[in-house]
Design a protein around this ligand. Structure first.
Ligand code: AMP
Ligand code: ZN
Length: 468
């Protein structure tokens, strides 16, 4: 067994070699809790949950530590609490609880630890002190700032030189900064903002910068150097670059994490998700309202739809994708109902995941296994069921479970599959009358067939959807 992962730091796929196989350590940047999490936020949560499951499978469930933080100190939180006239605590508690409820529906395991920024202030203060003492940070006008010129390879993760970055920096640089790219480790708080006693002899109370929070929390729970650090691609710069700068300079280490992993971005129906475009959709809206596609969607359908695209590629979130995922899950549920799962997931599915979390490949293997299971191969059925459970995609649901708020098909999914095959066979035999008859017959029962060319093989793939 060997897991290979694409590493943003080395820009290639490397075999994972944990520092300590008896404790494989992973940190993933979690949500800033001021509002409902959107479906873009669900992507890293699901992707790194798959990796967590794979690591537990490879090294043993008790030999993996997964830390996913909660950012509960942030200017956006302060602004929202003031606007809503609620206390910061109320806002962050309420939002964190909502986040947990939303992602539980997506079949996500709880991380080993979920550190909160507010519970790690002493560690952040200490990091400031160390960085100033070592000449990597300085105090200016109540702030502690990181001096990027003090680090020879600043920009290594983002693959940009300091000169390039400085050339692109805005001209209105704060007067207390020595260099335009220097960033805040600690800043003074105004009267109604959360504050703690400041480090480095600063008289006014203050609060940590976002980047510092993750350096402090990861060190506390995973150590000065750990195995994997993850998050969305938008975090590479400046957030992760600055985490690296802080942690490496404070600890004198060659790396902060061995492997840096970043998921691609999610867009909605071909456009960047934004409130102004009206295509902004929260996990909660997707699961519990009719806002997207006129009906709520089952959490496992959302998860399946998300994993249909490789985590590093951009993903286009569409109603079509969800409908397709639902049809597939309903078919699988029908095939596997009453089947006893095998002790281990099918090896081919695991092998696909070990190859840089190749979930689309795992899913196409699942389709092949389902075919074989439908032909009566009991061993395959058991291993397929175990594989789906392993990926958090299916437990013991019945086909209609997945049709939340929408009607389940009147024809059993496996029967639909049989008819789809009969129609394709009829077309191959140039019996178009029979092919059309099958299509119209299903349409009369509210099941619409759709033909598409497979992007790589070019063969016709027929999918179905319930329509009224
Ligand atoms: P934030 O609360 O904005 O810091 O985001 C939390 C996590 O969601 C980070 O790992 C982000 O990179 C990730 N994220 C935010 N928006 C998207 C998106 N549209 N697609 C994929 N990941 C995203
Ligand atoms: Zn972070």
């Amino acid at each position: 067994m060997s897991i290979t992962l694409y590493n943003t730091l080395t820009r290639r796929k490397d075999a994972l070699a944990p520092l300590d196989p008896s404790n494989v350590r992973m940190y993933v940047c979690g949500p800033t809790v001021y509002d409902y999490a959107h479906i873009g936020n669900a992507r890293p949560v699901i992707v790194f949950d798959v990796l967590f499951r794979l690591l537990r499978h490879a090294y043993g469930a008790d030999h993996v530590t997964y830390a996913r933080n909660i950012t509960d100190v942030d200017d956006k939180i302060n602004a929202r609490a003031a606007a809503e006239r609620v206390s910061i605590r109320d806002l962050t508690e309420r939002t964190a609880a909502q986040f947990h409820a939303d992602i539980a529906a997506l079949g996500v395991l709880e991380p080993t630890v979920e550190p909160r920024a507010t519970e790690h202030i002493p560690e952040m203060v200490q990091l400031c002190e160390i960085l100033v003492k070592k000449g990597h940070a300085y105090v200016g006008d109540g702030h502690v700032l990181f001096d990027v010129s003090s680090m020879a390879d600043y920009g290594q993760l983002a693959n940009r030189s300091l000169e390039e970055m400085e050339a692109g920096a805005r001209v209105d640089v704060a007067p207390y900064k020595k260099g335009p790219m220097d960033f805040v480790l600690w800043k003074p708080s105004k009267e109604n903002e959360p504050s703690w006693p400041s480090p480095c002899g600063i008289a006014v109370p203050g609060r940590p910068g976002w980047h510092l929070e993750c350096s402090a929390m990861s060190e506390k729970h995973l150590g000065k150097v750990f195995d994997i650090h993850g998050g969305g691609i938008d975090l590479v710069f400046p957030h992760h670059e600055n985490e690296v700068a802080q942690s490496r300079c404070a600890h004198g280490t060659p790396v902060m994490a061995q492997v840096w992993m970043h998921n691609g971005f999610l867009q909605v129906e071909g456009e960047k998700m934004s409130k102004s475009l009206g295509n902004f959709i929260t996990i909660n809206e997707l699961l519990a309202t009719s806002k997207f596609g006129g009906q709520p969607w089952h959490g496992r359908v959302v998860r399946f739809a998300m994993l249909g695209t490789h985590y590093r590629s951009p993903i286009d979130w569409t109603v079509e994708r969800l409908a397709q995922a639902r049809a597939t899950l309903a078919e699988l549920a029908e095939t596997l109902h009453g089947v006893t799962p095998a002790g281990t997931p099918h090896a081919d599915v695991i092998a696909a995941l070990e190859d840089d979390l190749n979930t689309p490949s795992a899913i196409s293997i699942i389709h092949g296994l389902a075919k074989s299971a439908r032909r009566g191969n009991a061993e395959t059925a058991g291993e397929l069921k175990a594989a789906l459970q392993f990926m958090g995609l299916y437990d013991n649901e019945t086909p209609d479970t997945f049709f939340v708020g929408a009607e389940a098909p009147k024809v059993a999914p496996a029967e639909i599959q049989r008819l789809i095959k009969a129609r394709l066979d009829a077309r191959k035999a140039r019996d178009f009358k029979e092919a059309d008859r099958i299509r119209d017959d299903l349409a009369g029962k509210g099941i619409q067939l759709k033909d598409a060319k497979h992007p790589t093989t070019g063969e016709i793939v027929t999918t179905w959807e319930v329509r009224r």
